[in-house]
Ligand binder design. Structure first.
Ligand SMILES: [Zn+2]
Length: 238
């Protein structure tokens, strides 16, 4: 029965995405494509499970313009306009596939790994640390504010492996500018890790995940691959 149960969740999430996508197209004054929203790569079982649980637990919601609202995003006030974080981009309307995986991963950190909402932040990257224009960083912080886990989301396990290889290559080269980097796609993330020194990097894609312990030295990183993300109790002790 497990297989049947799982695939029902995927069907449910896909139907939800189609509905939200149609609403976003209408709000943008765009015609809804006959083929509906393109979901590529397809939603994984765990993504369907945790994204739907996240919605159910009010961890996040998506409005009729495809905009994500969540207490994990920085609160808006007079000095800080609301952070725009979308599930669908507008021109042309399309699913931001990595943001779907990122929200499912945030729900997983809380509902599977036992972190509390107040430990998690979805926050805009500084432009020099940003890999994609539509993204936010997903961080797990200790009560003292240190970054325990930096979550990286990619579309596939292959892209995760490339990210790690690129981070290592940037580190080996010593200080260098983005323009001089042979790995320009992931160089901003190297800058981020050197500047922010999270204790762990958890790289997640629909079809796989990698966890690494991060040690920051001056302008370089030492990345040690682990079998899995250590439990909350262990990270909080360290
Ligand atoms: Zn580089």
């Amino acid at each position: 029965m497990q297989g049947l149960f799982d695939s029902n969740l995927k069907v449910e999430l896909e139907a939800w995405l189609q509905e939200k996508f149609a609403a976003t197209c209408q709000a943008m004054g765009e015609r809804v494509p006959i083929s509906g929203v393109r979901i590529s790569p397809p939603v994984a079982e765990w993504e369907a499970q945790y994204f739907l649980l996240g919605l159910e637990e009010n961890l996040f919601a998506v409005d009729e313009r495809g905009e994500v609202t969540s207490e994990l995003l920085p609160p808006a006030d007079e000095a800080h306009p609301p952070q725009s974080y979308r599930l669908f981009s507008h021109q042309p309307p399309r699913l931001l596939r990595e943001n779907l995986c990122q929200l499912a991963t945030a729900a997983r950190l809380i509902l599977e790994r036992g972190w509390l909402r107040r430990h998690l932040n979805l926050q805009p990257s500084r432009p020099e640390h940003r890999a994609t224009a539509d993204g936010c960083d997903l961080l797990v912080r200790s009560s003292a504010g240190e970054i325990l886990i930096s979550v990286e989301v990619k579309r596939s396990r292959l892209e995760l492996e490339k990210l790690i290889a690129d981070l290592r290559a940037c580190s080996r080269r010593g200080p260098h500018a983005h323009e001089d980097c042979g790995f320009p796609q992931n160089h901003p993330r190297h800058e981020f890790y050197v500047a922010r020194c999270p204790a762990y990097l958890w790289a997640v894609a629909p079809d796989g995940e990698l966890c690494l312990a991060v040690k920051c030295e001056e302008n370089s990183l030492e990345l040690e691959q682990l079998a899995s993300l250590p439990p909350r109790s262990l990270l909080e002790l360290a």
